[in-house]
Design a protein. Structure first.
Length: 571
């Protein structure tokens, strides 16, 4: 590989822009990691997707020259403008304008979605590039291989990116801590954080109402991992680290965690971990623990609930009912939880309801192939899935053999799930929206995207049975609507609104007279479910204070924050 050294910045930028103008992919070392950068020509983006995300429809982020040009592509409020232009310069997910949806490049940038993740130039080199570049925006994506952290050392950057990038630009300023771009979703001026990183971390959450008498370290979950420390009034989350599936990702977590501990000069007296017995970060306990360190386990969905209290600086002196809904968390009973209604008070937490359990034969495979969950739901309703798939699209890793095996063993399985995320996966497969999950949350994201496009909606219905959300009956009605030929967008909208309505009615039926009610977990990103939940709660007999996230990710990126908050309680 030929190496060029630049002593003149202007010459370097001109060369870099000429590479981009020619349709090349450039690996660009920045201030916290490395990006792949390309102009929005179909050829460059097609090559980038085929080489970096060959089997994935995960959207790329786009960096616009300025806010005026960005506003030509997406619908944005003044609050969106302020956030995009702020010193934090995060990626903000906004709805595309109708006239832009037919653009030739968008299917490769944001496949099968009507939203776009965009940001503005936030470092000197990007400012200099746009001075010379003719294009109004660039496609920018992290240059890390799947399941591995971003490279930050120049030699490592060259080694990792040389198979994809046509050119690689590195510098001699060491990166002490890798940090990804932060990602937020706009709800028309209100925001939820998806990835808390550059510009946000390691800003502490100052807990005015809750002080920890011990120094706490929380190691987070396995997916979208962060760690956190809680010392006196300061709860400090790390930057987004990512999925802990490899030795390299564990090393990245170790580096970020030691950085936090060194910044605040503390040794943890108590370490809080997820209840799951096989999470890799359990192996990291000895890295931080002494013989006197307390080790505390906290169930995944309880950690989500406590993260909501930490976000709003609330204390458990009062009582709270919190729906904690996502794809999967190891339950206190060893089952696969994911749609839980929890009560939190001064005595701790308690599971008071959930969605109804269904079989979970296959474990993690069910998260990748939504047709497995569709099969489970169909069969539990007495509908022959094999007959169904003769007339409908399907995607099983091992084809017909897998479908037959799943049907034959389904009711022998002792593992069950109350997962809201897996319910959404089954509906996405039923509606032919997603049959293969190529990135985290894809089926649910695409289901909501289509639901938001519905020209008119069917009135939502409530599905509650014996104090639980009756997901099987809800799915059965969705199946009937599908068979009767109702439009996909209308069914999707009806499902999401009906889930929210049912969540509210489960709380109403319990009649616990608790006024503080919240919603957390990955499903809490869903706009339509949350809107209908709030609408249903407004109809309750007593006044409700609705709790929603503002500073902390509702998803697994907030788990460590909930763990740290819990670790600081003297229960």
């Amino acid at each position: 590989m030929q190496r060029l050294a630049f002593s003149d910045n202007h010459e370097m930028i001109q060369k870099l822009v000429s590479w981009l103008d020619s349709g090349s992919i450039v690996a660009l070392q920045g201030i916290g990691g490395t990006h792949y950068v390309a102009k929005p020509s179909s050829g460059a983006i097609h090559r980038l997707r085929s080489m970096k995300r060959a089997e994935s429809e995960k959207p790329f982020a786009v960096m616009f020259r300025n806010i005026t040009i960005a506003a030509k592509y997406v619908n944005m409020t003044e609050s969106d403008r302020d956030l995009l232009s702020s010193q934090r310069r995060p990626i903000v997910i906004l709805p595309l304008k109708q006239e832009i949806l037919g653009s030739n490049d968008l299917p490769l940038i944001s496949p099968n979605l009507t939203t776009l993740g965009l940001m503005l130039p936030y470092s000197g080199i990007y400012q200099l590039i746009f001075r010379e570049l003719t294009s109004d925006f660039l496609v920018v994506t992290s240059a890390n291989p799947s399941q591995l952290p971003m490279p930050i050392d120049p030699d490592q950057i060259i080694e990792i990116t040389k198979t994809i990038a046509d050119y690689i630009l590195v510098h001699n300023r060491p990166i002490a801590q890798r940090v990804d771009d932060s990602v937020l979703r706009s709800y028309g001026g209100y925001y939820k954080i998806i990835r808390r990183a550059r510009g946000f971390a390691p800003t502490p959450l100052f807990m005015k109402n809750h002080q920890s008498t011990k120094s706490i370290l929380a190691l987070g979950a396995e997916g979208a991992n962060t760690t956190a420390i809680f010392h006196q009034n300061y709860l400090v989350p790390s930057q987004h680290i990512g999925n802990l599936k490899t030795i390299e990702s564990l090393q990245a977590q170790r580096s970020a965690t030691h950085h936090l501990l060194n910044l605040y000069d503390i040794e943890p007296e108590r370490i809080v971990i997820d209840l799951h017995p096989r999470y890799l970060n359990r192996e990291e306990i000895d890295t931080y623990a002494t013989p006197n360190t307390e080790i505390v386990e906290l169930q995944h969905h309880a950690a989500h609930a406590y993260s909501l209290l930490a976000d709003l600086d609330l204390t458990p002196d009062d009582s709270y009912l919190i729906w904690s809904c996502d794809g999967y968390g190891y339950g206190s009973d060893g089952q696969a939880w994911g749609g839980e209604l929890l009560e939190i008070n001064k005595d701790g937490w308690n599971r008071v309801s959930s969605i109804q359990p269904v079989s979970y034969l296959g474990g993690d495979q069910n998260t990748i192939y939504p047709d497995r969950m569709l099969t489970i739901y169909l069969e539990q309703l007495g509908i022959n899935a094999e007959v169904y798939f003769k007339n409908h699209q399907s995607n099983f890793q091992h084809g017909q053999t897998e479908l037959q095996y799943l049907r034959s063993k389904l009711f022998d399985s002792t593992t069950q799930t109350t997962s809201m995320g897996r319910l959404l996966d089954a509906v996405a497969a039923l509606l032919d929206i997603c049959h293969y999950r190529s990135y985290r949350g894809e089926p649910a994201i695409k289901l909501e995207d289509i639901a938001l496009s519905a020209s008119h909606t069917i009135e939502s219905e409530s599905f509650v049975d014996a104090g639980k959300l009756a997901n099987l009956k809800l799915f059965e009605k969705a199946y009937e609507l599908r068979i009767n030929g109702l439009q996909t967008s209308e069914i999707a909208s009806w499902v999401l609104h009906s889930i929210g309505r049912s969540m509210a009615d489960v709380i109403s039926d319990l009649d616990l007279s608790i006024s503080n009610i919240g919603f957390t977990g990955g499903v809490a990103y869903n706009m339509l479910i949350e809107q209908e939940l709030q609408r249903g709660l407004q109809e309750m007999k007593h006044e409700i204070t609705y709790l929603k996230h503002r500073r902390v990710p509702p998803g697994d990126g907030g788990i460590s924050i909930g763990q740290a908050y819990f670790g600081g309680l003297n229960l």
